[in-house]
Design a binder for this molecule. Sequence first.
Ligand code: HEC
Ligand code: HEC
Length: 346
Amino acid sequence: MKQTKYSLLLASAAAALLASSIVSADTLPSIVPAPADNPTTPEKVELGKQLFFDPRLSVDGTVSCNSCHNIMSSGTDNRPTSVGIDGQRGGRSAPTVWNAAFLSAQFWDGRAATLEEQAKGPPLNPIEMGMPSEAAVVERLNSIPGYVEQFKLAFGGKDAVSYDNMAKAIASFERTLITANSNYDRFLAGEKTAMSEQAQRGKKVFEQSGCNACHSGGNFAGPELPIGEGFYQKFPAIASDYDHKYKLSEDKGRFEVTKDRADMNKWRVPSLRNIALTAPYFHNGSVETLDEAVRVMAKTQLGLDINDQDVDDVVAFLQSLNGEFPDISMPRLPDTINSSQVGGMK
Ligand code: HEC
Ligand code: HEC
């Protein structure tokens, strides 16, 4: 049953890929190409989904990917900063995983090139999932027979259960997290009533004020670049009172990765798809509402004091970027057979 459903999904996705080449580049494609060494298969997608929801990837069995990226809704936790094991908080806000597959670099500062590379981070991050080592994660997975079976099915070979394969399965699942067919996409496809008058006015303000100089393309995250080559811009680019009010410059962004002074306070331009659902805003989650985020952007990136009517119109436009969310059911997870063997879950 399950398999048939996914095969159908992939088959229709392949058809959509063909179709997407004739659709305007400004709409969101409905399939993401996978890297050559990790082709998407139904087995990997199903395994990756279970891993994504499984708190046993964290040291004390309390935190899953889904804890911070709730894909039963916005793909975020809607907190300024996320809560990991033992209630610990980091300094950055969780971005959505919906459509992350289209980004040419992962994280606010672009420090991971691919979804595969990204997925290896959280389980070992001491304030997120806190596992002591890759070997400990593999040991934990090996202690759950249902996972061993599925890793074999998905990857074959003798060492099917590996940290790399865990990341590959999760990435394959994330490549299915796409929200195409927003009101905006339908409007572009010719359905003239799909966007309200106000949203259409907002689209004009967005384009005429120059928001799309950075938030361009079908994902509103800048030009399509080769994977790993993120599109970075300074934020804040122009000094204003917002800087102090929302502590916008404290985190040095891309500079923390490259140590190159030219990258000081540079950030990967984020997607604006589903942005109305992912409050609070910015890398530090310091701005609570979308209208305030629009005001901040206009001022810090374009030097504009944008009036209330224009703010409301842009917000209506951004709401039209809310996509169609595929139905997701919570997966059944493979059982822990012998709890003493779940690799020292404290
Ligand atoms: C404790 C909360 C937490 C957990 C658990 C967590 N994440 Fe995240 N995730 C974050 C935060 C915060 C960021 C942004 C960090 C940064 O940019 O420095 C992030 C970034 C990401 C991104 C990048 C998205 C983008 O727009 O750049 C992806 C993809 C992602 N996480 C997937 C996962 C997966 C897969 C897991 C499980 C293996 C996971 N996360 C577990 C909080 C979490
Ligand atoms: C010069 C490039 C640039 C321009 C122009 C620009 N932005 Fe941004 N935008 C960014 C960057 C970079 C970020 C990420 C900021 C951060 O690190 O928090 C961002 C973030 C945002 C966010 C918050 C995203 C999130 O996930 O929290 C919104 C909303 C947004 N921009 C809307 C707009 C609007 C509306 C305009 C026009 C008024 C605009 N932007 C103009 C570069 C730009």
